[in-house]
Design a protein around this ligand. Structure first.
Ligand code: SAH
Length: 248
């Protein structure tokens, strides 16, 4: 009788031990968190943005398309504009400044024709979005911003997302001589003439993409290439940018 009790107890212990994993496995799978759900919605919006605004308008560089598909633009726009993060227009980022329209970011980046390892300088860090796109294409990204709180916020956002971008607070008209020369320079605010320091800080074979024109109006986007002693300018069409600040 004693042996029977021990045997029954033993069997019960074994059964309960076996039952546990089954019970665990039968638990409902945890549903995704609100953050994961939001990320999925933003990812879908980003895919649509690349298809309808970028690819459909003729951007073909696969590395630029991949960068635009990857960088979470919603992390660079103010909370008030989250639902417009992937819309087809620029958005306010405070201090009278804007994050550029996605297509313009892609177009300017494509003209920079960056190869991995090349050194690129951006003038006008703003939200940091363009800098993040550049950081997807090369690990040598430098950016100058004249409005200190914008520079600080962009640095925080970029760091949180794991992007390695060197940011300087200052007047980008004068470039960043300590790190010159650059393979490419992109200017995201519009001066009314070409800043000579930027031409000087271009490498031989370097590319400068810059809007030039009177403040408050449409400007012309230029691709300026340095080839030996020659500087070749190509008109890329009309654009609208915030003016370059500072006295020049
Ligand atoms: N590339 C940015 C766009 C920012 S808008 C982005 O992806 O969000 C242009 C930026 O240029 C603004 O933040 C403005 O403060 C900055 N800016 C204007 N004049 C400048 C100057 N002289 N030097 C550096 N930055 C300047």
């Amino acid at each position: 009788m004693r042996y029977l009790v021990i045997l029954v107890l033993f069997v019960l212990i074994i059964l309960s031990a076996c039952a546990q994993p089954t019970e665990t496995a039968a638990l409902p799978t945890p549903t995704s968190t609100p953050k994961e759900q939001a990320d999925a919605v933003f990812a879908e919006a980003r895919t649509r943005m690349v298809a309808e605004q970028i690819r459909a308008r003729g951007i073909t560089d696969p590395r630029v398309l991949a960068a635009m598909s990857k960088v979470p633009r919603h992390r660079f726009v103010p909370m008030d504009y989250l639902d417009e993060a992937y819309a087809d227009y620029p958005l306010p980022i405070g201090y009278g400044q804007t994050i550029s329209q996605p297509y313009i970011v892609a177009l300017m980046t494509q003209y920079l024709a960056l190869k991995p390892g090349e050194k690129v300088l951006e003038i006008g860090t703003g939200s940091g979005y363009q800098a993040a796109i550049l950081a997807e294409l090369t690990d040598q990204v430098y950016s100058v911003e004249i409005i200190e709180p914008l520079a600080e916020r962009a640095a925080t956002t970029l760091k949180a997302l794991g992007y390695n971008v060197q940011i300087k607070i200052g007047d980008g008209y004068y470039g960043w001589p300590e790190y010159a020369p650059f393979d490419a320079i992109v200017v995201t605010c519009a001066p009314d003439h070409v800043p000579q320091p930027l031409i000087q800080q271009l490498k031989d074979g370097g590319r400068l993409v810059i809007p030039i024109g009177p403040p408050g109006f449409y400007q012309t986007l230029w691709l300026i290439e340095k080839k030996g002693e020659q500087v070749i300018s190509t008109n890329l069409g009309g654009v609208r940018f915030v003016p370059m600040l500072g006295e020049h």
